[in-house]
Design a protein around this ligand. Structure first.
Ligand code: SF4
Length: 699
C-alpha cells in the first residue's frame, strides 16, 4: 500500500512534527532536502546534498525514509555515520521522536563494530587467568562480569566505569577469535544479539568503518544479498559524508608495530611468575606431537631479537625523526642496512609461522581447547599478514598505488612508538564498485561537501564524478541562519605572512590576547599544528594580566572533559587543533569568538597528502587547485560551522592568515563560506569593531 502522505504535510507548520515539537520552525531548505531524498528513494538514484547548519538534515532524510519503510516493510536501509555522537542522536532521539510523532512504527537498531561488544567467552577465559592480570585489572574483570549479567547490549559505551583499551581488547569480540556457532555462549552472545536485531530492523545505523568492512566482505560475492557483517539492504544513507574518504584511509591502512607483535607472541607463550603459560601450552595436550611445541620456544628468542633489531634499523633509517614520514622507494631500497633488516625480519616471521603452523596442524580436535585453537590460529594469520606487509616493503611492489610510510613518536614517559604502514592512495574505484554501483538509492549528506558550490572535489575522491553511469541528484542547500546580520568575519590586513614565523607569532599572540579579552572568553582558537598551538597558548597566557579567563588547551585533558569545561564556563578560551575543527557543538553564548590561526592547508610532508599530490602531478594536474586548496576550504568550512549552532547564536570569526587577502585564491576561500558581514583592517581596528559588534544592542 502506497503511503500518500506528503513531505509538506508532515513538515508544514500545521503538521504532526510541529504539533509534537516545542518551538518548531518550518524551514524551506528542510522540505527541499526531504523531497529530493524521497525522489532518490522512489527512483533509485544517488542523491548528494550539502545541507548548511540548521537545515535539520537528519529529519530531512529520516522522514522520507520512514514513508519508504511504511510502503516497503521488507526493505532495509543502512544509515552510516562517521561519529558515535550522531549514531546516538539518531537512535536515541530523532528516530523515537518520529516514531511517536508520525505514528509510524519503523523498526530500527544500531549495529557497531564487533570490538564494541563484550565477548563472554573471552571474558570468562580472562577471569580464569586472573592471576596474570595486575591487581587493578583483576578487580575490573570481576566488575565486568557482574555488569555482563545486567547489561542488555554488552556495549562498551554503556559500561558505568572506565576500562583501559588494553584490558578491553582482551575481552571484546574479535573477528579472528570468534567461534561463532561453535561457541558455547552463542545463545547469550551480545554481538549475535545485536546482529539479530539488525536483521529484524528496517533501519540499521552503523559507522563508516562497518559499512566499509561489509563492502570488502561482499566484494567478489555474486549474490548481492550475501551477508556476514550487515544484513542485506538496498538503500543507504551516508551521513557526515565528507569523512568517508578519511575513514576509508584509516580502515584500509595495514600496520606493523613491534609492540602489537610482541603482545601476540605473549598470548601464544609467556612466562609469568616462573610458570609457562599461553595458548600453546594449553593446546599441547591436544597435540599428537607435543615435542614439536618445544621448537617454538627455541625459535621465540631469535624472533624477539629480530623484532628489536628491525625496529632499531627503521629508527636509524629515519634518524629518530618524530612524526609521520613518507618513505621514498629508491631511498629505501638503496639502503643496504634497511633492506637487510627487512629480509632478516621477514625470514624470522616465515620461520616462526612455519613452526607455529606445524604445531597447530599436530593438534587433534578437542572441545576443551577448541577456543584456544581458534585464537592461536587467528594469531598465526595475523603474524603471517605482518610478514606479507614486510614483504611489500622488501619489494615495494605496490608503490604505484599505495603509500609506504612510517610513524614514530616518543611519549612523555620516553616510550618509543614506531609503526610501518601501507595505505592505498586512491579509493575512488573501490567505493564506486563496492558502494555507488551497488545499492538502489544512496543519499550522501554533510554540511561541507562543496567548494565554490561544486561537488566535483568530493565526488572524484569517492568515485562518483563522471565515472558513474547513474542518475545523480546534486543540491547545496544554504543554512537558514541569518549569517549576514549575526556573524562578523574579520580579516586583519596587517598580519605578517605565516612564513615569517616569529613575526607572525608575536602579532598573532597580541591580537588573540586582545580579542579574547574583548570578548571576555567564549572563544575557540583553532590551529593546524600542535607545535604552534602550544607556543601560541604560552605566549597568550603570558599576556593575560588577570585571571578572568579560563584558558584551556587540547591535550591537557581528554576531549570530553575539555569540552565540558568549555561549554560550562562562558569565560573560557579553548586552544585546539585537528579533530576540534569539526564535531564541536557549543551553542548559545558559549562560543562567540572563533579565531582561525591559519588556513588549514595539509602539511606538505604528511605522507598520504604527499602521495596524492605526487599522483596528481604525475597525471599533469595541478595539485594545489585540485587537492590542497579544496581540502583546506572544506576544513575551513567545518571550522567556521562551529560558530553558529542555532538561529539565535551570533559572533565573530577572525582569520589571522594574510593569504586570504593577499593571494588570488583568497577570493575562492571567502566565496565558499557563508555570507557574513566582512571587515578588513588593522588588528587594532578589528578589536574595536569586534567590541562594537559583540556589545551592540540587539533589536
Ligand atoms: S560467539 Fe563469538 S563474540 Fe560471541 S561470545 Fe562466542 S566467541 Fe565471543
Amino acid at each position: 500500500m502506497k503511503n500518500d502522505i506528503s513531505i509538506m504535510e508532515l513538515l508544514g507548520s500545521e503538521g504532526p512534527i510541529a504539533g509534537a515539537k516545542a518551538g518548531y520552525e518550518y524551514r524551506d531548505g528542510q522540505v527541499t532536502m526531504a523531497s529530493l531524498v524521497q525522489t532518490a528513494l522512489d527512483e533509485d538514484q544517488i542523491c548528494i546534498i550539502e545541507a548548511g547548519t540548521g537545515i535539520g538534515k537528519s529529519f530531512a532524510y529520516l522522514i522520507p525514509l520512514f514513508i519508504w519503510c511504511m510502503d516497503h516493510p521488507d526493505d532495509r536501509t543502512v544509515i552510516a555515520t562517521s561519529t558515535i555522537h550522531l549514531q546516538h542522536q539518531l537512535f536515541e532521539k530523532d528516530i523515537p521522536f518520529l516514531q511517536e510523532a508520525l505514528h509510524m512504527p519503523v523498526r530500527s537498531s544500531v549495529l557497531k563494530g564487533r570490538n564494541n561488544y563484550l565477548c563472554k567467552r573471552r571474558m570468562y577465559k580472562a577471569i580464569g587467568q586472573r592471576s596474570i592480570f595486575d591487581a587493578q585489572d583483576g578487580d575490573l574483570l570481576g566488575r565486568i562480569m557482574v555488569w555482563s549479567n545486567q547489561t542488555i547490549s554488552g556495549d562498551r559505551a554503556e559500561l558505568p566505569f572506565p576500562v583501559s583499551g588494553k584490558l578491553w581488547s582482551q575481552i571484546c569480540s574479535d573477528a579472528d577469535t570468534c567461534m561463532g556457532f561453535r561457541c558455547q555462549h552463542r545463545d547469550s552472545c551480545f554481538l549475535m544479539e545485536a546482529r539479530k536485531k539488525a536483521l529484524q530492523s528496517q533501519i540499521v545505523i552503523v559507522n563508516h568503518h562497518l559499512l566499509l568492512a561489509d563492502m570488502i566482505l561482499k566484494q567478489g560475492e555474486e549474490d548481492p544479498d550475501f551477508s556476514i557483517i550487515l544484513p542485506p539492504f538496498s538503500r543507504l544513507v551516508i551521513d557526515e559524508a565528507h569523512n568517508i574518504e578519511k575513514n576509508a584511509t584509516s580502515y584500509f591502512t595495514d600496520v606493523y608495530d613491534g609492540r602489537t607483535l610482541l603482545s601476540l607472541l605473549a598470548r601464544l607463550t609467556h612466562t609469568r611468575r616462573g610458570s609457562i603459560g599461553g595458548l600453546l601450552e594449553e593446546l599441547r595436550v591436544s597435540s599428537h606431537d607435543p615435542l614439536s611445541f618445544n621448537a617454538i620456544y627455541q625459535q621465540l628468542n631469535g624472533f624477539k631479537l629480530a623484532i628489536d633489531a628491525f625496529d632499531t634499523a627503521i629508527e636509524t633509517f629515519i634518524a629518530s625523526r618524530q612524526g609521520s614520514q613518507f618513505i621514498e622507494r629508491d631511498r629505501f631500497l638503496s639502503n643496504r642496512m634497511i633492506t637487510t633488516a627487512c629480509s632478516d625480519f621477514h625470514e624470522q616471521i616465515r620461520a616462526y609461522t612455519a613452526i607455529l603452523r606445524a604445531c597447530l596442524d599436530s593438534c587433534e580436535e578437542m572441545p576443551e581447547v577448541a577456543s584456544q585453537f581458534y585464537e592461536a590460529t587467528a594469531i598465526r594469520v595475523k603474524i603471517e599478514s605482518i610478514g606479507k606487509l614486510i614483504g611489500h616493503y622488501i619489494s615495494f611492489d605496490l608503490s604505484e598505488t599505495h603509500v609506504y610510510w612510517i610513524d614514530f613518536w616518543v611519549s612523555d614517559m620516553q616510550i618509543r612508538h614506531l609503526s610501518l604502514k601501507l595505505t592505498p592512495v586512491d579509493f575512488s574505484s573501490l567505493l564506486r564498485e563496492g558502494i555507488f554501483n551497488v545499492y538502489h538509492s544512496i543519499i550522501c549528506t554533510s554540511a561541507t561537501l562543496t567548494v565554490q558550490n561544486r561537488f566535483d572535489h568530493w565526488e572524484q575522491k569517492v568515485g562518483i564524478g563522471d565515472q558513474i553511469d547513474r542518475e545523480c541528484i546534486r543540491q547545496s542547500i544554504l543554512s537558514p541562519f541569518d549569517y549576514r546580520n549575526r556573524v562578523l568575519m574579520c580579516l586583519p590586513s596587517d598580519a605578517p605572512e605565516p612564513t615569517s614565523y616569529r613575526e607572525y607569532m608575536d602579532y598573532g599572540s597580541r591580537l588573540i590576547s586582545e580579542l579574547i579579552t574583548t570578548a571576555e572568553g567564549g572563544a575557540l582558537v583553532l590551529f593546524t599544528s600542535y607545535a604552534m598551538l602550544h607556543e601560541m597558548y604560552d605566549l597568550v597566557c603570558a599576556q593575560q594580566t588577570t585571571q578572568q579567563l579560563h584558558m584551556l588547551k587540547q591535550g591537557d585533558q581528554d576531549r570530553y572533559r575539555l569540552m565540558k569545561q568549555f561549554v560550562e564556563d562562558e569565560h573560557s578560551v579553548l586552544f585546539a587543533t585537528q579533530s576540534f575543527w569539526e564535531g564541536i557543538d557549543a551553542p548559545g553564548n558559549t562560543l562567540r569568538l572563533l579565531i582561525v590561526s591559519r588556513l588549514p592547508f595539509s602539511v606538505p610532508t604528511e605522507p598520504i597528502f604527499y602521495a596524492k599530490k605526487l599522483l596528481l602531478e604525475k597525471q599533469g594536474r595541478n595539485s594545489f587547485f585540485e587537492l590542497s586548496l579544496p581540502d583546506a576550504i572544506i576544513k575551513l568550512k567545518q571550522g567556521f560551522g562551529r560558530l553558529m549552532r542555532t538561529s539565535e547564536d551570533r559572533g565573530v570569526v577572525c582569520i589571522l592568515d594574510s593569504r586570504i587577502l593577499n593571494k588570488r585564491y583568497g577570493k575562492q576561500v571567502i566565496a565558499s563560506l557563508p555570507q557574513t558581514q566582512l571587515m578588513t583592517g588593522t588588528g587594532e581596528r578589528i578589536v574595536e569593531r569586534v567590541e562594537d559588534f559583540l556589545y551592540a544592542k540587539q533589536p
